[in-house]
Design a protein around this ligand. Structure first.
Ligand code: ZN
Ligand code: ZN
Length: 96
């Protein structure tokens, strides 16, 4: 952490361990120095990895989104999954 007066200007990312300009971190009220602990680059990477990719299938000219269950490994329609903590987020294990 490098301070300039009271302001942090460089901060070490807790994921890639690279010391970066504070502008490389997303603003975050509850974070250290009002920024997130991981840099934008790492944040983006984890987001991509965390989301279970949806499969698109076309049945009778209607495109249906399928999600793979992490328990039974079957691809099922989104309705088979419970809503996650945040709106729009679905738990990755099906209801069956
Ligand atoms: Zn990083
Ligand atoms: Zn399942």
């Amino acid at each position: 952490m490098v301070y300039l007066g009271k302001e942090i200007i460089f901060k070490q990312c807790n994921k890639c361990k690279i010391i970066k300009d504070i502008n490389e971190f997303h603003r975050y009220k509850r974070g250290y120095g009002n920024t997130k602990p991981a840099c934008k680059e790492c944040e983006n990477n984890t987001k991509v990895r965390r989301d279970t990719p949806l499969e698109l299938v076309e049945i009778n000219n209607v495109v249906i989104e399928l999600k793979k269950c992490s328990s039974c490994s079957e691809s099922k329609i989104l309705e088979k999954f419970r809503e996650g903590g945040r709106p729009g987020n679905k738990i990755s294990v099906c209801l069956d």
